[in-house]
Design a binder for this molecule. Structure first.
Ligand code: MIC
Ligand code: SF4
Length: 643
């Protein structure tokens, strides 16, 4: 039986376990990346593990999220991360260099390698034919220390690409189409592997747009073959030596197959407030647009921005539209400054902002009240832009740029001719290496850790006791995001290293009383719907509930990274055996897991309503390793007890 590319790479990196779907395996991790908003926690935890030099081929600490520096907090975090990176042989990528995923693709990603990153969009690297996985910060800290990561072997869904995209249809439309078909939970427990004749018609940066937004499927990762286009891309980045041809066997067997005819795709948009709420632009109609934002780790490549520049050249941004552009990297911006494309954008009336995440995570550029904002980003969760009542639509760079000119959502495929707006083919470019934004760790590397006053210790769980009990402090609906659990914007991101401060804002957008209620209860339980914890990798969405006394979460189902983050923190994730029990639970009920230590060994854990005596049966899907963590009160406690 032929092998999928995903399983070939996993097999090459297998340290222990059997590569069989559902089994727990441990794989060797070749590379890691962190960014600053998860990074402060990662490096506090790394210091707590204290590994000496990291055990990977390359580990990079990027600064790209918290770059507003409206107070001392962000800059203190940067200095802290730089100091720890220097001690452990980690490269430090300064603010201004660009967005972590774009930079990693340009400079370090490698076909056939494994990458673990403390950011959910780490699978961007899959565009180069690598297995790149997003994880919680502690998992990345441990991967740096030990060079390994454990996971349950996912299924592989094959996405068979045929045909070729027509002008004005874009890689973004491919992944929006896949999201429409599979939904935001359709990829949970799966790897999305792309294959078929259509692959050859997509460049590496197109592929990276698609694998990047595979995170929105809930997939463990997404991967493309490594072929001539991969070689061309690596050569264009002066890294031809890193090329390795890789593909699935011709007779590879996939668990499921989705067929996508690229030539049939027209411009699409994800409508408010979910990335899978996808419709054709033509179907949505010409709604008036207030803001257009082009950038983010999904769509800020050289080709993406050159397309926007070509559309805007000699034209004017519509008077009622604010167009903001955040390039993916300094190399891209520099090239566009040299070839005149930057001038086209500026002359048209675009606002050029820093090479960073920026508006994608609400760090500035919040749109006006009730605005329609078209964004080339990957998430349009309610309020993420910083404006609670804004309607954010996710679109391709082509759709964004033409709509910035017309002032209404515009289907370029249908309208460009009558508007007289052409879209030339963007020629490939070569990029000189530029390490001026990178600080290489000093020889010896034994500097001091630099810690500003905003950096507070992180909470630690307690070893599992005989009885675990708590009051229900929240009953949440389906598809709760980590943005709902622990909001992130320009007001809160500076406090990523200050859990006590963040705790006041936990769940604030969906239940402003939550923090107060949880603090009063002292020991709490959260009830969740389907796909609880979808979205980011931020472990703050587990550490803050831990700080607020949450002991266990019972949900209909969990998103992958958040489930791991809960376990890493010592919070027990359980799912309902009977989904109808969800409707029986409400705020204020007192629940208990009696004989928790012995029940932890069972496949079903019984939860008792302490007032009525009613029993709710829940599924315990913890692996042996995960049980060990829960027993110890979290991963750090477990690691400490092993030493
Ligand atoms: C995001 O896009 O939501 C983030 C901000 O990049 C997060 C990480 C974080 O919360 O710091 C992610 O995707 O993991
Ligand atoms: Fe940054 Fe947005 Fe990408 Fe997250 S999704 S890494 S905030 S650009």
């Amino acid at each position: 039986m032929g092998k999928t590319l995903a399983y070939k790479i996993l097999e090459d990196h297998l340290v222990s376990g059997e590569l069989r779907q559902g089994e727990e395996i441990t794989i060797k991790i070749d590379q890691t990346l962190t960014q600053d908003s998860t990074g402060t926690m990662v490096y506090l935890q790394l210091e707590a593990i204290d590994p000496g030099k990291v055990d990977t081929d390359i580990s990079v600490a990027y600064i790209d999220h918290n770059t507003l520096q409206t107070g001392f907090e962000n800059a203190d975090d940067h200095a802290f991360i730089k100091s720890v990176a220097g001690r452990h042989n980690i490269l430090f990528s300064k603010p201004g260099g660009g967005i972590c995923h774009q930079l990693h693709l340009e400079n370090y990603g490698k076909p056939g390698a494994t990458l673990l990153g403390s950011d959910s969009h780490t699978p961007t690297g899959g565009g180069l034919g690598m297995i790149a996985i997003g994880a919680g910060g502690l998992d990345v800290a441990v991967a740096m220390a030990k060079g390994t990561y454990s996971l349950n072997v996912p299924k592989v869904i094959g996405i068979n690409l045929t045909g070729k995209l027509k002008p004005w249809a874009s890689a973004k439309d491919v992944i929006l189409y896949v999201l429409k078909e599979l939904s935001v939970k359709g990829g949970v427990g799966k790897i999305a592997e792309y294959f078929g004749p259509g692959v050859a018609a997509l460049s590496v940066t197109d592929r990276a747009t698609i694998t990047n937004m595979g995170a929105e499927l809930g997939a463990t990762t997404s991967v493309f073959p490594s072929d001539e286009n991969t070689q061309k891309y690596l050569e264009s980045q002066s890294r031809g030596g890193d090329f390795l041809a890789l593909s699935a066997d011709d007779d590879a067997v996939y668990d499921e197959i989705l067929n996508v005819d690229l030539s049939a795709l027209a411009p699409l948009a994800a409508m408010p407030h979910s990335p899978d709420n996808v419709k054709a632009v033509s179907e949505i109609g010409e709604i008036v647009v207030n803001q257009v934002a082009i950038g983010s780790c999904t769509n800020s490549s050289y080709t993406d921005l050159m397309k926007a520049a070509a559309i805007l050249k000699g034209r004017r941004v519509h008077p009622d539209v604010s167009l903001v552009i955040s390039p993916g990297s300094a190399k891209i911006l520099s090239k566009m400054a040299a070839n005149g494309a930057l001038q086209s954008l500026i002359d048209a009336g675009a606002r050029i902002i820093e090479n960073a995440c920026g508006p994608c995570i609400g760090m500035g550029q919040s749109p006006q009240s009730g605005a329609v904002s078209l964004r080339t980003f990957n998430r349009n969760f309610k309020g993420r832009s910083g404006t609670q009542d804004a309607d954010v639509y996710l679109v391709s760079p082509e759709t964004a740029a033409i709509s910035a000119v017309t002032g209404v959502l515009t289907d370029g495929m249908a309208k460009s001719e009558s508007l007289g707006i052409g879209l030339p083919v963007i020629e490939d470019e070569t990029f000189e290496p530029n390490t001026n934004f990178v600080i290489f760790p000093p020889e010896g590397g034994e500097g001091d850790v630099v810690m500003g006053p905003n950096i507070k210790p992180f909470p630690r769980g307690e070893a599992l006791a005989g009885k675990v009990s708590g009051e229900i402090v929240l009953v949440a609906g389906d598809n709760i995001t980590t943005d709902d659990i622990m909001p992130s914007d320009s007001r809160l991101l500076p406090y990523r290293s200050n859990i006590p401060h963040l705790s006041n804002y936990c769940f604030e957008k969906i239940d402003p009383e939550f923090a107060k209620r949880a603090k009063a209860a002292k020991s709490g339980v959260i009830i969740g719907g389907d796909n609880y914890g979808q979205g980011s990798s931020r472990e703050h969405a587990a550490l803050v509930p831990l700080y607020l006394g949450i002991r266990f979460v019972v949900a209909k189902s969990f998103a992958r990274i958040h489930r791991s983050n809960l376990i890493n923190s010592g919070i027990i994730p359980l799912t309902f055996e009977n989904l109808s029990d969800y409707d029986k639970l409400s705020l204020g009920q007192n629940l208990a897991i009696e004989d928790a230590i012995s029940q932890l060994e069972n496949e079903i854990i019984e939860i008792k309503d302490e007032d009525s005596g009613e029993i709710y049966r829940t599924i315990n899907a913890l692996s042996d390793l995960e049980k060990q963590m829960i027993r110890a009160g979290g991963k750090i406690n477990m690691l400490r007890s092993e030493n």
